[in-house]
Ligand binder design. Structure first.
Ligand SMILES: Nc1nc2c(c(=O)[nH]1)N[C@H]1C(S)=C(S)[C@@H](COP(=O)(O)O)O[C@H]1N2
Ligand SMILES: [Mo]
Length: 246
């Protein structure tokens, strides 16, 4: 953990990594190889079995930083947000026996849990937040993955300047981790739009970019090679590692 954060923050201080505006220099510049070679030095400490540390209420950072692409401003998202997300439905489909379209009330009724964990961005900043939501495992189980399903892909509402949608993926093992949740609340309030309302992934055992905000759809797939750049996520397509375990 310390080593990864140290590497992340030293790179960040040199301006070599970023989760937002500096994307161009990362992907096209000479630093791409530096990032890739350093990232693979970071062996997982928590791994996929261990638990991320949980904190006390008094540890919570009340001002949780906003990071990443811009909050979606397209007509669909704006009108859903305008209606307090009453018409939002989380689609769960792909390789499942029972596709789902879940309202926020249905999601909450599936069984909420709270966890106070630290979010670690690859740029070198961290923030402790109190997250409340539904274990991803619960939602995946409702849809009942078919035997050939291996990954859970998160499709997001936001797009970058070239029109590329943010997306992320986990394998079923990571998806079943007890601290991997679909968060609806941050610090005792429904997520605000900038933090990913109405539903975001929060996976404290992995780096921040895995915690996809503004999730519109969860798709179960056998592999993700055919999706966008084929590496399993928006940042992965720019060279970040798919496995971002802390
Ligand atoms: N849909 C979407 N999810 C995203 C991002 C994004 O740009 N779009 N940025 C990621 C990155 S790099 C980080 S550090 C966190 C930031 O979450 P926050 O804005 O709640 O701090 O969201 C992650 N999830
Ligand atoms: Mo990030």
């Amino acid at each position: 953990m310390k080593r990864r954060l140290f590497i992340a923050s030293s790179l960040a201080s040199l301006g070599l990594v970023g989760c937002g505006p500096v994307k161009e220099s990362l992907t096209n510049g000479p630093f791409r190889n530096v990032l890739l070679s350093t990232e693979h030095l970071n062996n997982a400490v928590i791994g996929t079995h261990g638990l991320a540390r949980e904190y006390k209420d008094s540890d919570v950072d009340r001002n949780f930083r906003v990071n990443g692409l811009d909050t979606p401003s397209d007509a669909t998202y704006t009108s859903l947000a305008g209606g307090g997300f009453r018409d939002y439905r989380l689609v769960v489909d792909g390789l499942v026996e029972h596709p789902q379209k879940l309202s926020l009330a249905e999601l909450r009724a599936a069984g909420e849990k709270t966890q106070i964990t630290r979010h670690d961005c690859v740029e070198g900043w961290s923030a402790i937040g109190k997250w409340r939501g539904v274990p991803l495992a619960t939602v995946v189980a409702m849809a009942q993955p078919k035997p050939n399903a291996r990954y859970v892909v998160f499709r997001c509402f936001d797009v970058d300047q070239s029109g590329q949608h943010y997306y992320e993926s986990l394998d079923l093992h990571q998806a079943a981790h007890p601290q991997t949740i679909l968060a609806l609340d941050l610090n005792d309030k429904p997520l605000d739009n900038d933090h990913g309302a109405p539903v975001r992934l929060k996976i404290p055992t992995q780096l921040g970019y895995k915690s996809a905000k503004w999730v519109s759809r969860i798709e179960l797939v056998a592999d993700f090679k055919a999706i966008d750049g084929g590496t399993g996520g928006y940042w992965e397509d720019q060279g970040y590692e798919w496995y971002a375990g802390i």
